[in-house]
Design a protein. Structure first.
Ligand SMILES: Cc1cc2nc3c(=O)[nH]c(=O)nc-3n(C[C@H](O)[C@H](O)[C@H](O)COP(=O)(O)OP(=O)(O)OC[C@H]3O[C@@H](n4cnc5c(N)ncnc54)[C@H](O)[C@@H]3O)c2cc1C
Length: 304
């Protein structure tokens, strides 16, 4: 174990599962800080020593709790602070680092032996960083730690803390985002739809292939952002989802680096593209030169 006392700061159900699974392999013990009281049983089930629920009232933002959390981390000699790599998580991590007089390593892709790896230059390279400070503050997103089952038996102490805002920014209103149900972040198999498809109706062909394979459907950014054929929540790449599945089948994508960084940690990448000079063929394990409109119907018919 590289760490003695880890604190996780998680603002979603998925981040509790991922970060707790990671912390249980990295640290002798760990505690979880959450903001949503409803997640306290889930947090406890992962074997956390303590679960702290920082309660924010309707006008308080979670990053307002930074000062109070930093005092908790200091009094407990936390040596690792793992924060969800969400927008709010990153804001909180930055503030914590200031209070703890350390720095933040954000958006890691791995953490082993006190050494992080993360992508730099738009995904063209990885940078390794050795963590030498007394307290390491790291933000980590989906797919970095493999989710394990909750602890067989675990007893956690749950503590409630009412956040007293330490700055003058007030939350005025919260508008719920449209709920997108997608398991892409944890999918073992992914069908990846590219801009080479001609029309929105082709989404159904890709979706059928995904269903037959037991895969989830994702896409490149133009398919979601320019064409609006799939929700923005499922586009893959440096500004979208970063995945680590067993298998990706990439259909009519050209293999631009901004997209590939989201799938190049897959165990196997299969690509179909009609242009034999497409860069995707340099990044895949199995490449098929051909027209998706000829190959997919045959593949779907076979799988049916
Ligand atoms: C700052 C920045 C951030 C970005 N972030 C992302 C990101 O996070 N994710 C992302 O995806 N992109 C991102 N992009 C965009 C990225 O650079 C590419 O433009 C994008 O990934 C291309 O998507 P594509 O491969 O689907 O489309 P294209 O590049 O247009 O490729 C389509 C491919 O389909 C093939 N094709 C066409 N018809 C057929 C057919 N009938 N059968 C088989 N093959 C066919 C073509 O040969 C072509 O290779 C970003 C760009 C910038 C500048």
């Amino acid at each position: 174990m590289s760490y003695v006392n880890t604190f996780i700061i998680a603002d979603t159900e998925m981040s509790i599962k991922e970060l707790a699974s990671g912390a249980s392999n990295l640290s002798t013990q760990f505690s979880i800080i959450i903001f949503d009281e409803e997640l306290k049983d889930l947090a406890a089930s992962y074997g956390a020593k303590n679960v702290y629920v920082y309660r924010c009232d309707a006008s308080t933002m979670i990053e307002d709790s930074a000062k109070m959390i930093s005092e908790k981390l200091q009094s407990n000699n936390a040596d690792l602070v793992l924060v969800n790599n969400s927008v709010r998580g990153k804001l909180l991590a930055g503030k914590l680092a200031v209070y703890l007089d350390t720095c933040v390593v954000s958006g890691i892709s791995s953490l082993e032996d006190k050494t992080t790896q993360r992508m730099v230059y738009g995904g063209a390279a990885f940078r390794s960083e050795k963590l030498t400070s007394n307290t390491a503050v790291i933000t980590s997103g989906a797919g970095v730690f493999e989710i394990t089952d909750p602890a067989v038996s675990s007893v956690s102490d749950t503590h409630f803390v009412d956040v007293v805002p330490s700055n003058k920014i007030k939350k005025i209103e919260t508008q719920a985002k449209q709920e997108i149900v997608s398991n892409l972040a944890i999918a073992k198999k992914v069908v990846d739809m590219g801009r080479g498809f001609k029309e929105e109706a082709d989404v159904e062909m890709c979706r059928e292939l995904a269903t037959l394979l037991g895969a989830d459907l994702g896409c490149s950014r133009p398919v979601a952002e320019n064409n609006g054929w799939l929700p923005k929540a499922v586009y893959i790449g440096i500004t979208g989802m970063m995945l680590k599945p067993e298998l990706v089948i990439s259909l009519a994508t050209s293999g631009q680096v901004q997209h590939m960084v989201g799938i190049n940690q897959a165990k196997t990448i299969v690509a179909i593209n009609k242009d034999e000079n497409s860069p995707i063929f340099k990044s895949c394990d199995l490449g098929l030169v051909g027209d998706v409109y000829e190959i997919l119907p045959k593949l779907i018919a076979k799988l049916r």
